[in-house]
Write a protein that binds this ligand. Structure first.
Ligand code: UDP
Length: 323
């Protein structure tokens, strides 16, 4: 069986769905602080916290776990700056509990949910895996620390890992069964769709004076179904004896905030009141990921990289949201 920590969250639930479709049995381990039990439609849901070592041992004892996908983490960048203790304790210390449990129970393969936030504000685009990692907030730093810990655990204990550094995860299950839902919501696309649906007054554009084609920030939005596909390939890669490594998951194409809003207007057919605001602290002007390594190592090519498809699937989900 496969253990999916954080499998009730946005990205984890989509990987859990795809694993089930591929015929894998899964155990989702989630404390439900931010996750949604309704998102766990496949496999077993075990409610618990990675801080609880005894509970973790129970999971490894009760199920025949042979691999781990690790998503459980806090992921609000702004909050991480004001509450670093919360982030380092959960994202770093609790991950150590998981890794130590894996060692104790002789489970050797882990796919880890990392992030382009580990790069900070890089000088060159697109970002490759060789770009220097200099995170500018505790969230990015906490993920980088785990990358380092995994490398050390690999050398010392033979734990095999694949760290996947996502760019901006977006979209929803093309079938509409599960999707993105955060409380509070801070991400651009769900907020745009909320404004389109009339659930918010407007969408605010954080910064219109960046050195980009239209002055707004450029991000590499990557469909969550493409992320799910990459995770399955990463596990297959490890199972076949692939060398432990870190891989970017991006499209190599960026969309500006204003372009996303314009496309969302077309897709939804709704007016989206837009308010220009000052820059948000800590936002680099452009983040675009080079995905050549993902193609070479995993044979992965995003299928849904068009921002129109991402918005179509996200809108379909938004209009029929179950949680
Ligand atoms: N953004 C925005 N208005 C919002 C939320 C986000 O203009 O209400 C911008 C943000 O400045 C960034 C981009 O949209 O350039 C994506 O932000 P998001 O929070 O979705 O993801 P992040 O890039 O921070 O991981």
């Amino acid at each position: 069986m496969i253990l999916v920590t954080g499998g009730a969250g946005y990205i984890g639930s989509h990987i859990n769905q795809m694993l089930a479709r591929e015929g894998c049995e899964t155990v989702v381990f989630d404390n439900l602080v931010y996750g949604h039990p309704e998102a766990v439609k496949w496999g077993v849901l075990e409610i618990g916290d990675l801080a609880d070592r005894k509970r973790l041992d129970e999971i490894f004892e009760n199920y025949k776990i042979d691999a781990v996908f690790h998503f459980a983490a806090y992921a609000y960048v702004g909050e991480s700056v004001v509450k670093p203790s919360k982030y380092y304790n959960n994202n770093v210390a609790n991950t150590l509990h998981l890794l130590d449990a894996m060692i104790r129970h002789k489970v050797n393969n882990i796919v880890f949910s990392s992030t382009c936030a580990t790069y900070g504000v890089p000088m060159q685009m697109p970002i490759t895996e060789e770009t220097e990692q200099r995170p500018i907030n505790p969230y990015g730093a906490s993920k980088l620390m785990i990358e380092r810990i995994l490398s050390d655990y690999h050398s010392a204990y033979g734990l095999n890992y694949c760290c996947l550094r996502y760019f901006n995860a977006a979209g929803a299950d093309p079938g509409g069964e599960i999707g993105e839902s955060h409380t509070p919501e801070t991400h651009l696309i769900p907020l745009i769709l909320a404004a389109a649906a009339g659930d918010r007054e407007s969408i605010e554009v954080f910064g219109t004076d960046y050195p980009t084609r239209d002055g707004s920030c450029v991000r590499d939005y990557i469909h969550v179904a493409d992320l799910a596909d990459a995770h399955l390939r990463a596990m297959e890669y490890l199972r076949k004896g692939g060398e432990s490594t870190c891989i970017n998951l991006g499209n190599c194409v960026g969309s500006s905030v204003l372009e996303v809003i314009r496309t969302a207007k077309e897709i939804t057919g709704m007016d989206i009141p837009t308010v220009m605001k000052a820059r948000r602290t800590g936002d680099p002007p452009i983040l675009v990921g080079d995905s050549n390594k993902a193609e070479t190592f995993l044979g992965w090519k995003p299928q849904y990289s068009d921002i129109r498809l991402i918005l179509e699937h996200a809108w379909k989900w938004y209009c029929n949201k179950k949680y």
